[in-house]
Ligand binder design. Sequence first.
Ligand SMILES: [Fe+2]
Ligand SMILES: [Fe+2]
Length: 456
Amino acid sequence: MKAERRAAAKARPDAAVHAARNFFASVPIPDGGVISLYYPIKDELDTEPLAARLFEQEMQVALPVVAAKNEPLVFRRYAPGDALVDGVYGELTPDEHAAILSPAIIVTPLLAFNRQGGRLGYGGGYYDRTLAKHRADGSVIAVGYAYGAQEVDALPLSPVDQPLDWVLTSRASLNRRHNGKRGETVRIAVFGDIVGRSGRTAVVERLPRLRRDLALDFIVVNAENAAGGFGVTPRICEELFDAGADVLTTGNHAYDQRDDIAIFDREPRLLRPANFPPSNPGKGSAMFQDAEGRNVLVIHVQGQRGMFPIDDPCAAIDRELAGVKLGREADAVIVDFHAEATSEKYSMGHHLDGRASLVVGTHTHVPTADDQILQHGTAYITDLGMCGDYDSVIGMEKSEPLHRFVTKMPGGRFTPAAGAATICGIVIETNPKTGLAQSVSALRTGGRLREIRPDF
Ligand SMILES: [Fe+2]
Ligand SMILES: [Fe+2]
């Protein structure tokens, strides 16, 4: 196994950077929790990029110290610039003046691992004793940190060996709770129309944490009202991608910000409805890959009822799906159907039932309570609702809409409501074999609406 690790270390000099990214995308880090790392020796996966990101986010880091032979490890605080001294096994450790901390997450090196969280260490049993002690005292998350090449099918484990909760490699985040299937099930979230600064701020601030806590593999956000209620800008797209959105969809407001419409041609992660005129900037569907290399097809179409006249959405979606079988060419298919009429949205859900993992409605900005898995396995919700302030008229400050409602005359401009936003979306988990949905739940958090969280 040492030879595999040596070869992997040579072949993948960037592996530690990717593993650090996977760590942040996957492992739930408790608020204020201490994360213990290890000081790499020889070909162990480098923890430096992970340490750098933890320090950047002002998190507390500790390093293990062998206190006595055959005793659990102790963990001493380590901050950038602290002097390190020689440890017992050729590693570097904080000196005896560094504070002793109790980690919430213990990141361990290893020789080999399997998908069930089994860990083969170095035979001294230090981490097993340490994890047993911390698990007896309360909760601790054990994270194996390794090259993908260190995975094996079976390990010679004994009852005293402590399983890992996670194994993080440069390519994958494996979670024991998911019975080793983590590499195959795709956990997807889609969020409804972001309205104005309030919605944008909430999504940018909370998306990284939601991604971690819900172990999300792929995130789609509808951004059609993100720029002052109307359209998107390149800077807003960047902000949302940085926060963890994988793909942005839009709708009838796609082109409202006219300064840089070419962004739709430049940025493949930004979609407009597929049934817009074909000569319009951008496109309406694309195949993406998640961090573990699974193919995720995202298709965006717009409805006809109560919207401006547009090509048939059924024909458009059938064209985009031609030659793509769910579970074969695509591990997941996500459809954002941007439409007004609930009847049209239900019809689209049934039209796609069995061919898509998830069909969501957007555009009305009001969440519906009908998240479900349809008869043939497609998860569906009529409307996600918006990411915006619900003390409003569908996201807009209410005085102007009310004035128009009562007087039938415009009084001024529409401006987005600025109170705390509720983030509204949906989370699904796909069946690893079929790509259809095996779990679905609405997700609503923050602002005025009742909190709803997935329980899977
Ligand atoms: Fe819309
Ligand atoms: Fe909208």
